[in-house]
Structures are given as structure tokens and as C-alpha cells.
Write a protein that binds this ligand. Structure first.
Ligand code: KIV
Length: 262
């Protein structure tokens, strides 16, 4: 999948797989994989830099990571780049400037958290030719307002509000919605209600696709195991074994061998 048209055409036509990437290194693995599309997430701040929140990501940081991912993917995949903390809340001009940085860096679409109060920004970007995916449910940039990283839309009223937001995102011209940490039934209602793809993370099996963080899906994030993550490989174990073997070979003098020396 390389374009927003292919992304939108997948609604009801086979589930979409999306993985994060932050660097050219991950992107090269993804380029060689059947994973459909790639999100340059502001989770780079937590996953890579070890921050407690995503707040440290800036438009410039996101643009640099987007450029690295675009180099690694070399034109093979549809790339979505995250609008970082409050970048959609400063008005239309700063939002356009953020989009300019991300799209120039190689993104084919941007992802914006929330819709209430900035539907005009989403519409303006879409009308300007920038495809926008709206992220709803647990929006990590609002962790303080939400009182923590918690499952959302658990009450009927909250579920109704989420459905209204999802419809507002579609009405504003969004090409897709990411739904994070919401009950499966609510995600299913939204998936059926919208004509655009709904990508879930911790949103159950009924969405049009799934997104996971690269490091989580490969078992590279030991100690982080929320219910919605499945590690499809033990890459963390392989890294640990490799480091143990390296240190042991240095300690016992078996590395480097004559063949590894000049
Ligand atoms: O930043 C990110 O990685 C995300 C996904 C978890 C959806 O927004």
C-alpha cells in the first residue's frame, strides 16, 4: 500500500496492518515485510527516548524521524506521521507549518489526536491536500486530562460521545480513524458506522485494521505488556542472547579470531 487511495479502498476489503517506525533501520525491515503501512508515531518519545509521555516530540523531531523512515522505506509503503503535542491546537497557520514539515519529510498523511475544537484544522489540511487520520479514544497527548492511560468509552454516555467524535472526524474529511483502548463493541459500532478505515489498537478484532508499536510486536519492549499487545517474536530474547555471547567471547578471548583480524 503506497497511497491514501489504496488505504481508503481497503475499507471492508481485508484488514490493514500498520506498524510504527522511527528510524531507517526499522523501516528497512518493514519495507521487506507484508505490513501494509507505517506510522511515524510520537511514541518515539516514550519507546525510544524513555520519556513517561509523548510531550517531548516536536514538529522538527517528528520531521527528522519521518525523513529517516521515508529513506528506509524507499517508496514501498504508505507513511503516516504524527502531529505532536498540541500542534493541532495553535490554530490553522501553525498546523499548516507542522504539516509542511512532515509532508516535506516524506509523509503521505498526518495523524492528529482528537477532533473536538480543531475539526476546522482537520478540514483545512484535508482541503489543502493533506490526508488526515484522526486518533480517538485513549489519546496519549491528553493523558493528564484523561487521568492516566486508561480504557476509554466504558460508559454508554462516553461511548455515544466517542461515536459522535468519529462521525465528526469523517465529516471533517479524515481519511481514517485510529481508535485506541476502547471496548470491542464500541469499536465495532464505529467501524460499521464510518465509510473510512478504522484502525484499532486495544480496540478488539472488529476494526478495519490494527496498529502496534514495532518494538512491542517484536518483543523488544520487555516489561511493557498491556493486554492489547501480542509479541509475535522474541527479538528482545535474541538481543539478550547476542549480548551475552558477545561479552563472553570478549572475556574468554575467542573474539576476534584470526579471520576477524587484519
Ligand atoms: O504514537 C504512536 O505510536 C501511536 C500509536 C500507538 C497509535 O499513536
Amino acid at each position: 500500500m503506497k497511497t491514501v487511495l489504496e488505504f481508503k479502498a481497503r475499507k471492508g476489503q481485508g484488514r490493514i496492518s500498520m506498524s510504527t517506525a522511527y528510524t531507517a533501520w526499522e523501516a528497512r525491515f518493514l519495507a521487506a515485510s507484508p505490513v501494509d503501512c507505517v506510522l511515524v508515531g510520537d511514541s518515539v518519545a516514550t519507546v525510544i527516548d524513555g520519556d513517561a509521555t509523548t510531550f517531548a516530540a516536536t514538529p522538527e523531531i517528528m520531521a527528522r524521524h519521518t525523513a529517516a523512515v521515508a529513506r528506509g522505506l524507499a517508496g514501498t509503503k504508505f507513511i503516516i506521521a504524527d502531529f505532536p503535542f498540541l500542534a493541532a491546537r495553535k490554530g490553522i497557520v501553525p498546523a499548516v507549518e507542522c504539516a509542511v514539515l512532515l509532508m516535506r519529510a516524506g509523509a503521505h498523511a498526518v495523524k492528529i489526536e482528537g477532533i473536538d475544537g480543531h475539526a476546522d484544522v482537520v478540514s483545512h489540511l484535508v482541503e489543502s491536500g493533506v490526508p488526515v487520520i484522526v486518533h480517538l479514544g485513549l489519546t496519549p497527548q491528553s493523558v493528564n486530562g484523561l487521568g492516566g492511560y486508561k480504557v476509554q468509552a466504558k460508559t454508554e454516555a462516553a461511548a455515544e460521545a466517542l461515536i459522535t467524535q468519529a462521525r465528526a472526524a469523517e465529516a471533517a474529511g479524515a481519511c481514517g480513524v485510529v481508535l485506541e483502548c476502547v471496548p470491542s463493541e464500541v469499536a465495532q459500532i464505529i467501524t460499521v458506522a464510518l465509510a473510512i478505515p478504522v484502525i484499532g489498537i486495544g480496540a478488539g478484532p472488529h476494526t478495519d485494521g490494527q496498529v502496534l508499536v514495532f518494538h512491542d510486536l517484536l518483543g523488544l519492549n520487555p516489561g511493557f505488556s498491556p493486554r492489547f499487545v501480542r509479541a509475535f517474536a522474541d527479538a528482545g530474547g535474541a538481543v539478550g542472547n547476542g549480548l551475552n555471547a558477545y561479552a563472553a567471547a570478549v572475556a574468554d578471548g575467542s573474539f576476534p579470531s584470526a579471520k576477524e583480524s587484519y
